[in-house]
Design a binder for this molecule. Structure first.
Ligand code: 0X9
Ligand code: ZN
Length: 435
């Protein structure tokens, strides 16, 4: 390599480190803290809800839910706003603690243990690290090649920035159409543990099938499993290149001030109700209309078509964080609203949690999304249940409980996967028992 080429390479690497895609400076979070507040009364809870609602651009990591349950908010260093929040909350009597001292340090530690060459897949896919979108794409192709008798690739949707969202279908070939199960990760870009767990768990299932595990064999013989590791591809790419903390997709709707629609507020079931902001600058922006986003249109069309052909018996949307195993409804906290599969979803959730618990001792809270977490409308789970009537519909919030939040260290990928894999075997067994 000549000196000019070398200088050019150094320059390109420098520019790419400082500026991400679209030439924008990479967002840094030096000195940003995540403050945890625990409301001890309805008044305090109400105060927090109003505080958040009146500030569109506030970065809420964990929304207010119930009295006694934590609310996590990221605040910038020493701005008037950040001082406001902590002192205002303290004045209101709400106890605050610093959950994360410096978000940038977490981001740096998350991937600094590994240099780029180590991530190359010449020696196979490293399931214990986080992966870029391109690496995940390659994983999809590699898995389909490696297990070609069992796995095929499906295009399930597309993105605003022109990507094709792909998933894999796993199931042994059969003359008849089999019932179907659907598992999706990465609808929220910054929740990196979601795609990582979805891929690792998929691999574990495929490996178990190859080793002739009787349950997994039956799961793949009698059911077709559709796995989509990253639904919000544009957002996920953006978290790697521009802003680790990005949540939404990357579209700015005409007339909107800010970029990004929260895809998990954009589904066309009870769209526009509680917990879904009208403001484009909010993290929970619902979008200009129900199913206005191409990512949502694509995947719902895909699922509707499949649903016309066969029964979809399982729908799982994988998120982080907080360790919850949730079922519909998510749009309301009123548990008297009719939900015909409430009991069975709860009892399978409880058994899934027993398996989780037996793996590494963790406990996920099993409950109805709106009542156990917070009401949020336009969610993918409510659409899957309300529109397609998928009898086992879940949203899973993976680890942790807040120590690292979205920037979960890579060392947690394996134990998280192990507990979710154990839960998935319980779910698989239940699906088979009802065929
Ligand atoms: O708020 C969400 O979209 C999910 N939590 S997260 O922290 N990952 O953003 C929970 C969604 C639960 N389901 C519904 N409310 N429909
Ligand atoms: Zn999420």
């Amino acid at each position: 390599m000549g000196i000019f080429q070398l200088l050019r390479l150094v320059f390109v690497v420098f520019i790419t480190c400082q500026f991400g895609a679209h030439g924008k400076a990479k967002v840094r979070y030096d000195g940003y803290q995540v403050i945890r507040m625990i409301p001890n009364s309805l008044d305090e809870l109400e105060w927090l809800i109003n505080y958040i609602e009146s500030r569109n651009e506030i970065d809420v990591w964990k929304e207010p839910s119930k009295v006694g349950h934590p609310v996590d908010i990221m605040i910038p260093p020493r701005t008037t706003d950040s001082e406001d929040l902590v002192s205002l909350a303290t004045d209101t009597g709400i106890s605050t603690t610093v959950m994360i001292q410096d978000v940038q340090k977490l981001i740096d530690n998350e991937i600094s243990s590994r240099s780029l060459p180590q991530r190359s897949m010449s020696t196979g896919f490293d399931y214990t690290t986080y992966h870029t979108y391109d690496e995940i794409e390659k994983w999809i192709d590699d898995i389909a090649n490696q297990y070609s008798d069992l796995v095929s690739v499906d295009e399930v949707s597309s993105t605003y920035e022109g990507k094709i969202i792909r998933g894999i279908k796993i199931g042994s070939p059969s003359g008849n159409l089999k019932p179907m199960a659907y598992i999706q990760g990465g609808i929220h870009a910054r929740e990196w543990i979601s795609p990582a767990t979805v891929m690792f768990m998929t691999y574990k299932l495929l490996d178990a099938y190859q080793k002739m595990d009787p349950l997994v064999t039956e799961m793949f013989n009698k059911i077709d499993w559709y796995i989509v590791p990253v639904l919000n591809a544009d957002g996920y790419i953006y978290t790697w290149i521009n802003d680790r903390n990005w949540r939404k997709n990357r579209r700015r709707a005409p007339g909107d001030a800010c970029v990004g629609i929260d895809l998990n507020r954009n589904y066309a079931y009870e769209w526009g109700g509680k917990g879904a902001s009208r403001s484009s600058c909010a993290l929970t922006y619902r979008g200009p209309g129900p199913a206005s986003e191409i990512e949502v249109i694509g995947i719902t069309d895909f699922l509707k078509k499949r649903n016309e052909m066969t029964d979809i018996n399982l729908y799982i949307d994988v998120h982080s964080y907080g360790m919850f195993w949730l079922y519909p409804w998510g749009y309301t906290d009123d548990t008297t609203v009719s939900q015909p599969d409430r009991e069975r979803q709860y009892s399978l959730g409880m058994r899934a949690n027993e398996a989780i618990n037996a793996t590494h001792g963790k406990s996920y809270l099993v409950g109805e999304a709106g009542a156990s977490l917070y009401p949020a409308s336009g969610g993918s789970d409510d659409w899957a249940y309300g529109e397609l009537k998928i009898k086992y519909t879940y949203t899973i919030e993976l680890r942790d409980e807040g120590q690292y939040g979205f920037m979960l260290p890579e060392t947690e990928i394996e134990p998280t996967t192990e507990e979710i894999y154990a839960a998935m075997l319980v779910v698989g067994e239940q699906l088979l028992s009802e065929l």
